[in-house]
Design a protein around this ligand. Structure first.
Ligand code: KG4
Ligand code: ZN
Length: 382
């Protein structure tokens, strides 16, 4: 089956076309993908504004779809007046998006696919709605069904997309998944595909949020995570230490929960006490913050593996783009003799390939949604 996927949950607008097969095991081939990241756009404001992100999704969905169609050898069709009326009805809350579709009605990009997968949550609801309404419009045009996809399920299945266009090997179960993104920090035990038990999660900030907030305190531009990590790596190379220690919250608590807000507060108070920071001090604090996060993630994941035996350790979510975290978790898996699966760096941060994979599992299980009842669920859990 061929899945067309749409992802607009945060500040990446992404589309992908993936060929999926489930027998004997789930295999996937990425036929094409197109993605536009709004980070540069939000950077001058030091954060993300949902309504601005939504406007950008509305503007970029059709050009990205056209680019995907061009890449994958699709054609163009013309849309009849009845089709345009039906689209207006199906996506009536998104007049800007409908207007861009209407403008392209004489040469509308057309692709062959069996279903449309769209992220319905978790994420920013105004942004999720844009993707859902674009999916509704494409469903009207193509007559194909829509499957609502869970963004976090996408991050888990991102490990199945392989390192080339071809699929990776199947996951050996039971598995333990550590999900670390801008909005989530979760440990999930899986007995099989689609079977999730959340065994630990953050009580306050997510890991990505901790990276971004500390980066902001240090005056680094948005999104701070990768920039903080680059500074930390520089400090390691030059052997610069932090002027104060950063706590490892809940490192030895018996449960599998996390807490990252104390880490940010410690950095806030520590820096306030120092006054104006030198570049060396900033680098040292970045290093200590990253080390603290790595320690917490490694220790908690190890405890989870002790409590919930697994044959595979999966890690997913934007923060796994971080090199020290990738290295620490890979070595943990090796030391415990479990298989280690992580996405390519490209598929670590938000993308539509992972949504196609989550959608393929949903389509295979028959969870096709009625487009009119499909809705954005900002707090959707696994
Ligand atoms: O999964 P993702 O792309 O979006 C969400 O679903 O949240 O994750 C984005 C998060 C941001 O907090 C970003 O700062 C963080 O991932 N991130 C990193 C790195 N790359 C992305 N954090 C630390 N080091 C990185 N290299
Ligand atoms: Zn994400």
């Amino acid at each position: 089956m061929r899945i067309l996927a749409i992802e607009t949950s945060c500040d990446e607008t992404a589309l992908a076309l993936v060929e999926a097969s489930f027998s004997p095991t789930p295999t996937f081939k990425v036929l094409g993908a197109s993605l536009y990241s709004q980070t540069e756009l939000h950077a001058p404001y030091g954060g993300l504004f949902p309504m601005m992100a939504k406007r950008e999704h509305n503007k970029n969905l059709l050009p990205l779809y056209s680019a995907l169609v061009a890449k994958t050898g699709g054609a163009t069709i013309s849309l009849s007046a009845e089709t345009i009326t039906a689209i207006k009805h199906a996506a009536d809350k998104e007049p800007d998006l409908v207007a861009t579709i209407e403008t392209a009605k004489d040469a509308f990009p057309s692709l062959d696919f069996d279903c449309i997968a769209v992220t319905v949550g978790p994420g920013l609801e105004p942004c999720l709605w844009t993707g859902i309404n674009f999916a509704r419009a494409l469903s009207v045009i193509s007559g194909k069904p829509i499957v609502g996809a869970n963004h976090m399920e996408g991050h888990i299945y991102s490990v199945l997309a392989g390192t080339t266009a071809e699929s990776a090997s199947p996951i050996e179960f039971p598995a333990l998944a550590l999900l670390i993104s801008g909005g989530h920090t979760e440990l999930v035990h899986m007995e099989g595909y689609g079977q999730y038990k959340i065994v630990g999660k953050t009580r306050d900030d997510a890991v990505g949020e901790a990276f971004d907030k500390v980066a902001r305190i240090l005056g680094l531009p948005y999104p701070g995570g990768p920039k903080l990590s680059a500074l930390a790596s520089d400090a390691r190379m030059r052997n610069i230490a932090s002027p104060f220690p950063v706590p490892r919250p809940m490192l030895h608590s018996k449960d599998l929960d996390f807490s990252f807000s104390g880490l940010k507060t410690a950095v806030l108070y520590g820096t306030q006490a120092l006054g104006a920071l030198s570049d060396e001090q900033k680098a040292g604090i970045a290093r200590e913050t990253e080390d603290a996060i790595v320690d917490v993630l490694r220790t908690k994941t190890e405890t989870a593996l002790e409590n919930f035996p697994a044959r595979t350790l999966i890690v997913g979510g934007g923060v796994i783009a971080n090199t020290p975290i990738r290295t620490a978790l890979a070595s943990l898996a090796e030391s415990r003799g479990v298989a280690f699966r992580m996405p390519t760096r490209e598929l670590s941060t938000d993308n539509a390939v992972m949504i196609a994979l989550a959608g393929a599992f949903g389509f295979q299980a028959g969870t096709v949604a009625d487009p009119t009842v499909l809705k954005a669920q900002g707090n959707l859990s696994l």
